[in-house]
Design a protein around this ligand. Structure first.
Ligand code: AP5
Length: 214
């Protein structure tokens, strides 16, 4: 199965993509995670991306397209989470998947309002060691602000400040909503109400994808 995950910042794309990847045994590719990993390792890519991400803006299409194409060459089934985010990226992906004969089966849109997002993101904490994502209200760590898996102290992402989250939301409306319309025209969009709790979103997604996977 080859899937795209769309939704505003903090909609729950990463949370759900990890569960779908595990359940259906497919690889989860998060372009945000790849960039954050590059930033923390101080690579050339990380140095270019850091300031852009901290402002809530988008890294260039050229960089993102090359990065994703390299990944797709190695994989047969995958979830792309956070890509494509612009029409240029969507057109590039179309060409690449056609060339590689790995066309996309469906694009999942997790829909959530701006106010809910700001609330969720201000309570998001992540483990800098293993990447597990928590929420101080909805997905609490067992021990105060420490990772359940590896015990590392949880941190807040640099781009999770309210003013940056609102900027990311604006960028999403301007650049990524037209991409969703592009896939809607091709009948690829599956819309899920992301305002439900995590378990209900997962249940709905699994049911849809199981019927898809037959
Ligand atoms: P990226 O990491 O992709 O950020 P994003 O799209 O803004 O999404 P998030 O990771 O913030 O949220 P999410 O939807 O995964 O939510 P999560 O599951 O964590 O990108 C970051 C930056 O990288 C971009 O701004 C850009 O600069 C750059 N970039 C990346 N890709 C790019 C591209 N293709 N082109 C150009 N630039 C690119 O959940 C959020 C919180 O809510 C968590 O605390 C979670 O526990 C909680 N939660 C989840 N679901 C629920 C629920 N149903 N109910 C209650 N709480 C919930």
């Amino acid at each position: 199965m080859r899937l795209l995950f769309f939704g505003p910042p903090g909609a729950g794309k990463g949370t759900q993509a990890k569960m779908v990847a595990k359940e259906f045994d497919i690889v989860h590719i998060s372009t945000g995670d790849i960039l954050r990993d590059a930033v923390s390792k101080g690579t050339e890519l990380g140095k270019k991306a850091k300031a852009i991400m901290d402002r809530g803006e988008l890294v260039s299409d050229e960089i993102m397209n090359n990065l994703v194409k390299e990944k797709l060459q190695e994989l047969d089934s995958f979830i792309l989470d956070g890509y494509p985010r612009t029409l240029d990226q969507a057109k590039f992906l179309d060409g690449a998947t056609k060339d590689l004969k790995k066309e996309i089966d469906a694009a999942v849109l997790i829909d959530v309002s701006e106010e809910e997002i700001v609330k969720r993101i201000s309570n998001r904490r992540v483990c800098p060691n293993c990447g597990k994502v928590y929420n101080l209200i909805t997905l609490k760590p067992k021990e105060d602000e420490k990772c359940d898996v590896c015990g590392t102290k949880l941190i807040q992402r640099d781009d999770d400040k309210e003013e940056v989250v609102r900027e990311r939301y604006k960028v999403y409306k301007k650049n990524t909503e037209p991409v969703i319309e592009y896939y809607r025209k091709n009948n690829k969009i599956i819309t899920i109400d992301g305002a439900q709790n995590v378990e209900d979103v997962t249940k709905e997604l699994f049911n849809i994808l199981r019927s898809f996977n037959k």
